[in-house]
Write a new protein. Structure first.
Lengths: 142, 142
DNA sequence: TCAAATAGTTTGATGATCTAACAATATGAA
DNA sequence: TTCATATTGTTAGATCATCAAACTATTTGA
């Protein structure tokens, strides 16, 4: 259907395919965890960046604080996270992972590292380093 | 928060960041189009692979035919696509983009090519070709 | 020919998300 | 200090995306 007559067209094709594959890989990992997608995302952020308040969590997730309230309610109900009163601002809560939440994060992280390891093995050290350099350049600018 | 003590950890970090950036870029492109996300995805598939029946469209989208019915209903209502009776199977419809739908696809595709062009310019021809090679290897196996 | 399979739709449910209005608290200028 | 304004988080009411299961119409194959 598509011809790759130019470099940018070929790059686009491969970027889109990579993105689609990564997307379906991520969904299947989340599915296997028995968590809702939004819960899994919140756990990912909290595990990666550490405890933070509702506003920052919403910001990192790219959603409103209203939606974040609902997500954190469910995480608390499921025993994955807890709200702790912020010391210096009584309007605010700090959200942190519980032991169970931390385990769920680590489980998810292991899946990611396995995928990265698989790619690194496929490419070899030299090309893996090259890929990292290219991704860094792109991430800085896009 | 993270240390990149191993190659796979550093690769994972950069892959995840790249994926997140691409995700939010894609949402903002769709938002600017005034289409619903599911409609935009269907238009992307139909524009890329051409006309197909409901079942194949659902398969390409990775959703059920029930959900696809709703999406195609809205695409028809909006004038972006139309159902045509399949010649050799009267249970089946072929879904195809209208003129307006094709324009919407091309608009979306232009955005993609602009992003690819931006990346290609950032990297230069040599590194762009390298990136394509690496993505191809990964896409074949993941 | 007719039972089983298939394509698509409908129905009833849940989940993810938004905006707008709200309550509680913090902040800063008069 | 005080009070208007800003900020943090929650709630309410809405839309959209999605699924599974039941259904209709049609095709297929033993």
């Amino acid at each position: 259907m598509e011809d790759h007559s130019t470099l940018k067209e070929e790059l686009n094709e491969n970027l889109v395919e990579f993105f689609d594959r990564f997307t379906s890989w991520e969904s299947s990992v989340i599915e296997s965890s028995n968590l809702k997608i939004s819960d899994a995302h919140a756990i990912e952020i909290l595990g990666h960046y550490g405890r933070m308040n509702m506003k920052d969590l919403a910001g990192r997730l790219g959603i409103t604080t209203g939606t974040t309230t609902i997500t954190v309610d469910r995480l608390e109900k499921g025993g994955f996270a807890q709200r702790v009163r912020a010391e210096h601002d009584r309007r605010s809560y700090i959200i942190e992972l519980t032991e169970e939440g931390t385990q769920a994060y680590e489980e998810h992280h292991r899946h990611h590292l396995n995928l990265a390891a698989e790619i690194a093995e496929l490419l070899g050290d030299e090309e893996t380093r090259t890929l990292i350099v290219l991704l860094k350049k792109i991430n800085e600018r896009i």
